[in-house]
Every structure is written in C-alpha cells, then in structure tokens.
Design a protein around this ligand. Structure first.
Ligand SMILES: [Zn+2]
Ligand SMILES: [Zn+2]
Length: 340
C-alpha cells in the first residue's frame, strides 16, 4: 500500500510502498478515504512526543471504510463507514478506564503515534477506537472532524457556557473555524478573535456575532466591553497570544485551552481570584465522543473548509499546515482515490 511516513525525528516525509497491515484479533482494518493533517502531526514529524518508534506513519483524522476485521471483533463489519481520531484505544482496566474515563487511560494508544496512522491507504485500529460515520457526511468533510471537530465540540459542550453566554474563540484556523460554528449552534453569543483583519466576513459567515481584530485592538478590553467572556476557547497554538486574552474573562469565566503548545501561558493569580476565573485544558475525546461530533455536525451542516492533496504530496500538504497557509484544514486522499 501507499504510505507517507516519517523515517526519523526531524526528517522529511518518505513515500513508501508498505505491506497492507493485517488486523490483530481485536482490530479493525480501515481503507482510508481521507485523512486530515493536524498541527499535532508535528509531534511525529519533529519527534517532540515521547516514545515514538520510527519510521512512523502519522495521521489521526481518518475517515474510511471497514475493510477487514480481526477474529474477535463483533462491533464492526466490512463495508461500514467509520472514522478514527487521536484516541487510539484503551486498556479497560486501569483506574481511569474503571472510571469510564477512557481518554485518560494510562495505557491509551494514540493513532499515528503509538501505531501507524492515516497517511496511508490502510490502517489498523483497536475496535474501541473506531467511530461510526453518518451516511450523509462525506469522507473528506468528516476527516477533520475526527480531531479538530471533536476537540472543539467536546470542549465546548463540557464547558459551562450555555445559550446566550459569551463564548470567545481565539484563532480562526483549523480548530477555530469549527469552534465558531459549534458555539453558534449551541446558542452562544460568539466572539471570534483573530490577528487577521481579513477574516472578519468569514467569521460572521461561520456564525460569529462579533469579530475582534487582535492585531489592532486590545482583545481583552474588547471582550470586557461585551460583558466579559464566560468561556474563551483558545485554539491557535501561540502561548503568548493566549496569555494576552486572559483579561477578557468575565465573572466565573474559564479559559479552555485546546491548542497544544509547549510554552507556558502566563496569568496572574490575582486576576483569577477576582471573579473566580479558571484556566483549563481539554483533550479530544473517545470514539463515542467522535460519533456525537459527527452526528451533530451532520445535523447542523457543520463542515470544515478544506484543501485536498493526494497522499504523494504529503510533504507539501504538511508545509501548508505548519506554515499556517491552509484555509483551513488540509486533507490527504490516497492517490488511487484522489480525483482533485
Ligand atoms: Zn489532532
Ligand atoms: Zn486504561
């Protein structure tokens, strides 16, 4: 099968002709129809996630069709349309799993990190990591929902923000452009924050009620002028930018960070104490959360804005993402199934 893999940390992608993998007894083999490129794929490209065995095929925004199932798999059968996201399976027996908190499993697998992911024609994934895809959601549209979508949908639905509350979405990129749509669908008053003034009309098209140009105005003050944010969802991977907007939180407001940066975010304890404000993070979610995301997206016509590339151009496609040129998610399609 065709695959684009990272031969070693920091190296360019290598196009490889690999044996089609055989599913283990508890695994499902998925024929990949589309795979989104996520900023977290940089963990594999640059070797910044601990314990990666190289060469490694990245990709955790996978949409496709069940192609074969292992001997012990009863939940899935050939021909079903499915997706696989970041959460790549769990052990069912650790403390977190016994709490039903699978995403925090101490032995969790990560698609495209602990096993080969979706930058390939096929991948095998544990059956509990597989999500059903609604019939009316196409593969290329579904792919980015398996990480960018679930992460923002799940963070927002588990936040305190209710209908009419002010939700600020920091960053209008791969995650942010979906977060704006979800927040609007949830009935929130949505403020979109961006350093690109030219994204204003797009932000309104996506459902934002306010657009704040963080390059020319103090975004924290602008949010306070709207009463203070009940939730700020930080989606753009810049700790400095995230630090600069914490002052926009309202009473009991929370800054929820889904942008996976390694740099510290600065916030003064006094600023948190006055008004009982909080800062937290949110991981993506389980396969069940993925199904909720996909179903809700189909129900509300929430789709990502994408650019598609054939798998053989993975390097160029990845560059689009890492250089912040993509509008807004790049999706790879195996060459044999790519039709432009
Ligand atoms: Zn991701
Ligand atoms: Zn576990």
């Amino acid at each position: 099968m065709q695959a684009a893999r990272v031969p070693s940390a920091g190296a360019d992608f290598e196009l490889a002709d690999l044996p089609t993998p055989e599913p283990a007894p508890d695994e499902v083999r998925v024929r990949v129809e589309a795979c989104g490129i996520c900023h977290s794929d940089a963990f594999v490209k640059e070797g910044t996630f601990p314990g990666i065995d190289y060469p490694r095929v990245p990709g955790h925004e996978v949409a496709g069709v069940v192609d074969a199932v292992g001997a012990d798999v009863e939940a899935w059968s050939e021909g079903e349309r499915v997706g696989v996201g970041w959460h790549g399976g769990h052990c069912f027996t650790c403390e977190a799993c016994r709490d039903g908190d699978f995403v925090n499993c101490e032995n969790a697998g990560v698609t495209g990190i602990t096993f080969d992911g979706g930058y390939a024609e096929y991948l095998c994934a544990p059956q509990e990591a597989v999500a059903a895809l609604p019939d009316d959601l196409g593969f290329v549209d579904a792919a980015p929902l398996l990480c960018a979508g679930i992460t923002t949908f799940n963070a927002l639905r588990n936040s305190d923000a209710g209908p009419g509350d002010l939700v600020a979405v920091q960053g209008i990129g791969g995650l942010g452009h979906l977060a704006i749509q979800y927040a609007a669908s949830f009935g929130a008053e949505v403020a979109a924050l961006s350093t690109s003034a030219d994204k204003e009309s797009l932000a309104h098209d996506l459902g934002a009620h306010h657009f704040i140009d963080a390059s020319s105005t103090d975004a924290a003050e602008a949010l306070q002028a709207h009463g203070g944010a009940d939730v700020i969802l930080a989606t753009a991977p810049s700790s400095a930018a995230i630090s600069s907007i914490t002052g926009g939180l309202g009473r009991d407001g929370s800054l929820v960070i889904v942008a996976a940066t390694g740099e510290p975010v600065e916030v003064s304890p006094m600023a948190l104490i006055q008004g009982r404000k909080s800062v937290s993070g949110w991981p993506s979610g389980s396969a069940d959360d993925s199904e909720d995301t996909l179903d809700f997206s189909a129900l509300t016509d929430t789709t990502p804005m994408i650019e598609t590339y054939p798998l053989s151009e993975a390097e160029a496609a990845y560059e689009r993402m890492i250089n912040n040129d993509a509008r807004f998610r790049v999706v790879l399609v195996p060459d044999a199934r790519y039709d432009g």
